[in-house]
Ligand binder design. Sequence first.
Ligand SMILES: CC(C)(COP(=O)(O)OP(=O)(O)OC[C@H]1O[C@@H](n2cnc3c(N)ncnc32)[C@H](O)[C@@H]1OP(=O)(O)O)[C@@H](O)C(=O)NCCC(=O)NCCS
Length: 154
Amino acid sequence: MSFEITSYSERHFTGVKALWEEVFPDDPPRDYADISIAAKTKEHPELFLLAVEEGRVVGSVMAGYDGHRGWLYRVAVVKTHRHRGVGAALIHEAEQLLWALGCVKINLQVRGANQGVTAFYQNLGYVVEDRISMGKLAPDDPLSLRPLDSSRRS
Ligand SMILES: CC(C)(COP(=O)(O)OP(=O)(O)OC[C@H]1O[C@@H](n2cnc3c(N)ncnc32)[C@H](O)[C@@H]1OP(=O)(O)O)[C@@H](O)C(=O)NCCC(=O)NCCS
């Protein structure tokens, strides 16, 4: 079977939710599909890409561009479809869209406990940089009550 890369639309919601629940079972509430997809549909929705095979969502990447840097989030492929080039195809398509927007550099974060995945990104030309990743939660957001654990962010 072959997959296609397509932009997210509402009909994919259930599939993306299932994908993320499989691949990111420890997600904090702020990253749940209903919250993060609703927000993404307001900011460069065309940068939210899926791999779909016979109507089933088998992979995702949520890219962002803030006018200075491009970012990659939610890079995920269902276990049954790994090592078939799905992840690489998603990244490649996201890169093309970001370069076309004028983006000059793409960043991403890897959780400390997931260091093995750096080989996947290095294979695609990404390099490990000497940076300390920091984050801050919105003060009045009830979803922020759970402490930010930087070792588990991606
Ligand atoms: C990382 C991930 C998206 C890769 O998806 P994929 O579709 O299997 O990747 P590809 O088939 O395009 O892989 C291309 C190459 O990258 C490398 N690679 C892929 N996954 C890798 C991994 N988990 N660790 C190390 N190298 C990996 C391999 O060299 C692979 O080539 P090969 O299949 O011939 O060995 C997938 O393993 C995944 O969803 N992991 C869990 C979620 C995750 O960690 N996401 C990243 C958050 S920062």
